[in-house]
Design a binder for this molecule. Structure first.
Ligand SMILES: Nc1ncnc2c1ncn2[C@@H]1O[C@H](COP(=O)(O)OP(=O)(O)OP(=O)(O)O)[C@@H](O)[C@H]1O
Ligand SMILES: [Mg+2]
Length: 347
């Protein structure tokens, strides 16, 4: 598939020294790619540079193969949806939506049918005459999205567009955005600091840390194969245990684990809670288990989170089915082993 947007070795440093360094991205036509990372890691800086609102110090930005680096925002084939909707409060929804098309001298009849179509797409048909204030936050954000869609950008940029909405609405908007993407085939760059949002929404995720890119991959791969300790810590729930390499294996307590990356010395072993097998007997069997005691049981609907304090090691979290948890109580001696583990060098 063709590359719709390429960011090449882009650096943007503010006077304070903060910013982003050496950003490289290639986004395919029709892809939804998320920039994910904690507050201050540089997501907005990258997005605003793509949109032309910031001038990078070096590097290039190409859309459909052409450099847009010297173009102002309005000349770029991009459109941006912000966290705050920026609708004109005294103008009707129709006028809010039609504005950009009028500037482009689109014929009146064409504007009318385009506005009507886009309102259907964002599931607000017939709301042309309303004022923004007569709509809920979620509905206003859909209008802001519609306004961007009308401009038919080559790349749609969205900067935390749903973060002001409550959890339920945010969920719905995610599904709608995916549906709109399926219908329009638009290329989108979506910024969020919410890893769940990124995992559920994206074709690929760009994990950012302190102004640089840590990993770019599909959500499953980011979750299953984080490339760095940072990504392992940032995405999903993870347990960490101290390990040490000797005789070709990683040792955690008396447990021997494979050393696939051929690390040496001290290592951090990472285990997903769902990959912890818990044996509710005090007797560990074949020695390939670690002993511990249950410290806490938290029922979370159809499953439970059970924390186990491993003897002479760390506290780890496990997920148990609601059936399995009925056999468990706090203080109980248990044994655990791991269905799969990851290992990282300690920095
Ligand atoms: N105009 C500016 N002048 C100076 N420093 C800035 C400016 N804008 C952003 N920064 C700094 O650059 C870094 C990256 O900021 P950016 O806004 O890109 O982060 P972000 O990942 O979007 O964060 P958030 O999730 O909080 O929106 C931060 O440390 C921020 O303080
Ligand atoms: Mg931001």
């Amino acid at each position: 598939m063709s590359i719709q947007l390429a960011v090449r070795n882009m650096t943007k440093r503010y006077k304070t020294g903060e910013g982003v360094t050496g950003i490289n991205l290639e986004i395919k036509k029709g892809e939804l790619v998320t920039l994910l990372g904690p507050s201050g890691c540089g997501k907005t800086t990258v997005l605003r540079s793509i949109g032309g609102f910031l001038e990078p110090d070096s590097g290039d930005i190409l859309i459909e193969g052409h450099s847009v680096i010297s173009l102002p925002p309005e000349k770029r084939p991009t459109s941006m949806v912000f966290q705050s909707y920026n609708l004109w409060p005294h103008m009707s929804i129709f006028d809010n939506l039609a504005f950009g098309l009028k500037i482009r001298r689109t014929p009146k009849a064409e504007i009318q049918s385009a506005v009507s179509d886009v309102l259907k797409l964002v599931r607000l048909p017939g709301s042309e005459k309303k004022l923004p204030g007569q709509l809920s936050g979620g509905q206003q954000q859909r209008i802001a999205l519609a306004r961007s869609l009308l401009l038919k950008p080559a790349v749609l940029l969205l900067d935390e567009p749903f973060s002001a909405l409550d959890a339920k609405l945010r969920h719905e908007m995610r599904e709608e955005l995916r549906e709109i993407q399926a219908q329009t085939g638009l290329t989108m760059v979506f910024v969020t600091h919410d890893q769940e949002e990124a995992l559920s929404l994206s074709d690929r995720i760009v994990v950012m840390n302190h102004g640089h890119v840590e990993q770019i991959a599909e959500p499953q791969q980011i979750y299953n194969q984080p490339e760095s300790l940072y990504v392992a810590q940032f995405i999903g729930k993870m347990n960490f245990l101290q390990g040490v390499v000797s005789e070709g294996s990683i040792h955690v307590g008396h447990l021997k684990l494979p050393n696939e990356k051929q690390l040496s010395g001290q290592v951090k072993v990472a285990v997903r809670p769902e990959d912890v097998n818990l044996n509710p007997s005090a007797d560990g069997g074949n020695g390939q288990t670690l002993p511990g005691a249950i410290r806490q049981i938290m029922i979370l609907g159809h499953y439970a989170e059970v924390s186990v304090e491993l003897d002479d090691l760390a506290m780890i979290r496990t997920f148990q089915s609601k059936e399995a948890v009925q056999l468990l109580k706090t203080g109980q001696r248990v044994h655990v082993n791991f269905a799969s583990t990851l290992a990282f060098p300690t920095q």
